[in-house]
Design a protein around this ligand. Sequence first.
Ligand code: NAP
Length: 488
Amino acid sequence: MSSSTTVGTAARPLRVAVVGSGPAGVYAADILTKSEAVKSGELTVSIDLFDRYPAPYGLIRYGVAPDHPRIKGIVNALHKVLDRGDIRFFGNVDYGPDISIEDLRTHYDAVIFATGAIKDADLNIPGIELEGSFGGADFVSWYDGHPDVSREWPLEATSVAVLGNGNVALDVARVLSKHADDLLVTEIPDNVYAGLKDSPVTDVHVFGRRGPAQVKFTPLELRELSHSKDVDIILYAEDFEFDDESDRQIQTNNQTKTMVGTLTNWIAEQPEDLSELKASRRLHLHFLHSPVEIVDSADEPGRVAGIRFERTELDGTGNARGTGELVDYPVQAVYRAIGYFGSALPDVEFDHKKGVVTNDGGRVLDASGEHVPGLYATGWIKRGPIGLIGHTKGDALETVTYLLEDRENLPLAAVPEADAVVELLDARGVKFTSWEGWLALDAHELALGAAASDAGTSHGVEVQRERIKVVPREDMVDISRDGVAAQV
Ligand code: NAP
């Protein structure tokens, strides 16, 4: 801050914009406000958090499966941070169209990008474009009531393949195989309930390309599969291959040990004659299958009729190699859940191979590899879509530490007054939402749940509903803004 000694003081706080209000953005904002420099009074900060959705929490609202109430603990923690009042929230503001890099640079001394990753990684196999071939992340967006995806989802398949052995594959497989009535207790929107209720699915097959000791699930999420009512889990003995490297992984990694234990218990308890299993739906877990082609229908060209895999074997290093043996499964839908991928942001250098903003430990770099002063990144858009939500905290700490280290040399905002950005958005007609607006929308969604609970039944099912999500963007914005207007 060589150009002004007053920046970072009560008279002129350091102005920081955070783009993205998921866990990554909120953690970064929180860590900055709790940094030693701020706590000691040496530095004063003023932080604005922007999100393109009208509601905060990013992937927590639009990426976590509705039947994962454990995640509520994280929502409560994020809520507490934003409810303190020292971080402003601007929802429904899209970085790029609504507020540009020039705008941010004019109004803030530093910008932290925390935009996450919401798109599916590509899978380049023949047939991926067929009707009935879906991205798992798109399906997640649908069942989580994402405002920008279609309200309809074609759930017409009786047999479905889910590709991948990560937690998203488990989420997708669990939601596809669960009976819709058992999801009513969650916050699923009505259109999602209606779609799932009509699903004719009987068999959901999850395919991993490596062995049971190489899965990327986590133990709780795996065990949770067995809690779905009227859904039998089926495993296949020929998929249970363990090489020396698998044994080493089992012995050195408690999570792997637990998951392999769970899987081997399940297969041991399974009846030899599978016709003894009586559930109306089945969830099959397959290993050592690498997808090679999605098979086109002969009767209805352009539609998925099956999926072809090459069987694999472990190569002794924890990886798998093809055996040359091909195997087909007749399915009418394929969901790829092989990882997320970040999206490029306007006017910021992007690493298209990794799907991240080009950065060094969170310092955003330009095309020549130099740090762009004042620009930072954190979370999945910094390191890629790996790791649980908690891991994002370490990321945020690293990024904020660099920002604080750089603070004497930040390019200072020409218009640092906090009201100026509000005037800018108003002048552009951006219908932004605020934290108070979110509280209004939150209360509205809880009231919808309470009304359904008071009625005793929802869709004819006796169930207590805590919340029913509002889906259309305009409704979210109107409820947020009207709620605030009503309080004035
Ligand atoms: P992930 O954990 O990276 O798993 C991706 C899976 O896709 C792996 O099994 C991978 O196999 C497989 N895969 C990748 N490319 C493939 C290909 N070409 N063909 C076949 N399979 C392929 O990704 P994710 O499931 O999207 O999860 C992302 C992060 O979010 C993870 O950290 C996850 O734990 C977290 N998450 C957590 C929860 C929760 O409930 N706690 C829920 C959702 C997501 P290889 O291992 O062989 O590469």
